[in-house]
Design a protein around this ligand. Structure first.
Ligand SMILES: NC(=O)c1ccc[n+]([C@@H]2O[C@H](COP(=O)([O-])OP(=O)(O)OC[C@H]3O[C@@H](n4cnc5c(N)ncnc54)[C@H](O)[C@@H]3O)[C@@H](O)[C@H]2O)c1
Ligand SMILES: [Zn+2]
Length: 400
């Protein structure tokens, strides 16, 4: 017998900016100071967390941050030395990194009115974003993504996570940042693998959302493969813009439903990351996953022969491999089931109805998907013509 029902309903509006900048810690650049000042009465306490890869390749950064904060002492009160956490997937595997964050927050008396500025790749942003969202039930987080993938995808959204055992992103929260600042200067020290890895997220979002952007990526694939700065900056900004627009406008920013268009190609990518114990970068795995689900869409008859050839040329001319030998060990049905369990509810896989048009599918034919995995192996073995077709037109488009 129900005695009473009290209904509770309220809405919370989130509002944050993603800035693109060149030289955030140049003393006369007011951007960071202005971002903090907008939060009201100054100065604001600011704790710094650095990805060890950033700290190693930018050895003067700590001093530059200190000099910047002294220059803007009316707005910023720097709190202690930066916390340096291990860069890369390892920081999502080790709760120790999260523990160190909590300890530092306690030591430095960081409260819910203070700020934490995290400078790092997607993995550090994910782990420290989770720590920031849970310390004091949420301290104000400013992200400074330091890889291509973090600037165009991982660092601009609302999710964070750490892994649990081998399960990627098993523990995490939805927690929008206070602000995001993408500084182009951070990218100059990236290893070529990390320069390239993030480009696959742009191909992904273009394929599900924006045919014109895909055309741009196709035309610029050689320039992007060589990391030409103008092409890279356009790619990063448009990719970030499409991710932000999706989060704001699709009606499900905290992913309560099952649809995940931004996870196109990711069910296989996550599995491959697990199978290789993260030896394959997230972005590298996404390139393989995007090619796989594009092949499946093509085999369903949703993409033309030229479309699939253009996707293949885009990824490979950018320098991506479209296969990894660990794919041979992938249990397609098992990987799809794990992805379904991660989403909760029903299986929901985004496929392409056309270039720039993603659609959710509730069933996947595992034999057909396995055939697409075999296609990837043949493509890797240099047998593109046997996978696609042998028409002269295709040969032409593959040769462009
Ligand atoms: N939260 C999200 O919405 C979201 C979205 C996509 C990806 N991700 C996550 O992001 C992670 C991948 O991130 P990533 O591709 O940025 O790689 P990463 O964070 O693993 O970093 C790769 C390497 O680059 C180093 N590094 C970082 N910045 C550097 C710099 N400026 N110069 C030199 N070295 C630098 C790091 O120390 C690390 O060794 C994965 O864990 C993935 O699950 C999260
Ligand atoms: Zn991704």
């Amino acid at each position: 017998m129900q005695l009473k029902e009290l209904r509770q309903s309220f809405a919370v509006t989130y509002d944050y900016s993603v800035y693109f900048a060149d030289g955030v810690f140049t003393p006369d650049n007011p951007l960071l100071r202005d971002v903090l000042s907008r939060a009201g009465e100054c100065p604001h306490r600011l704790m710094i967390v650095l990805d060890s890869g950033v700290a190693e390749h930018h050895p003067r950064l700590g001093d530059q941050i200190q000099a910047y904060c002294e220059h803007h002492a009316d707005a910023i009160a720097l709190s202690g030395e930066p916390l340096i956490v291990k860069g890369g997937e390892v920081c999502k595997l080790a709760p120790l990194e999260v523990q160190q964050f909590y300890d530092k927050v306690a030591e430095e008396a960081i409260c819910r009115h203070s700020f934490v500025l995290v400078i790092g790749g997607g993995a550090v942003l994910d782990a420290m974003g989770f720590a920031a969202a849970t310390a004091h039930r949420g301290v104000k987080l400013i992200r400074m993504p330091s890889t291509v993938l973090a600037q165009n995808d991982a660092g601009v959204g609302v999710k964070n996570a750490i892994n649990h055992g081998q399960r990627k992103n098993f523990v995490g929260t939805f927690a929008p940042p206070y602000a995001v600042i993408n500084d182009v200067q951070l990218l100059s020290t990236l290893d070529p693998r990390d320069q390239r890895a993030g480009i696959s997220e742009a191909v992904k979002v273009a394929l599900v959302k924006d045919a014109e952007f895909f055309q741009y990526l196709y035309r610029s694939r050689h320039a992007l493969g060589q990391f030409q700065p103008i092409a890279m900056q356009h790619m990063i900004q448009r990719c970030a813009e499409l991710h932000l627009a999706h989060i704001a406008n699709n009606g499900d920013p905290f992913e309560q439903g099952s649809a995940r268009p931004l996870d196109f190609g990711h069910w296989a990518a996550h599995k491959l990351e697990e199978l290789t114990h993260a030896a394959v970068r997230h972005g590298e795995a996404v390139a393989i996953g995007v090619m796989l689900d594009s092949l499946y869409s093509w085999r369903l008859g949703q993409l033309s022969d030229n479309d699939i050839a253009a996707i293949y040329a885009t990824l490979t001319d950018m320098g991506f491999a479209v296969y990894h030998y660990e794919m041979a060990a992938m249990d397609v049905a098992g990987a799809l089931e794990e992805f379904r369990a991660h989403l909760g509810g029903e299986l929901c896989i985004t496929l392409l109805d056309d270039i720039g048009v993603g659609r959710e599918y509730a069933t996947i034919d595992t034999d057909l998907m396995q055939a697409c995995v075999d296609d990837l192996a043949r493509l890797h073995a240099g047998e593109a013509q046997s996978v696609f077709a042998s028409s002269a037109q295709l040969e032409l488009s593959l040769a462009v």
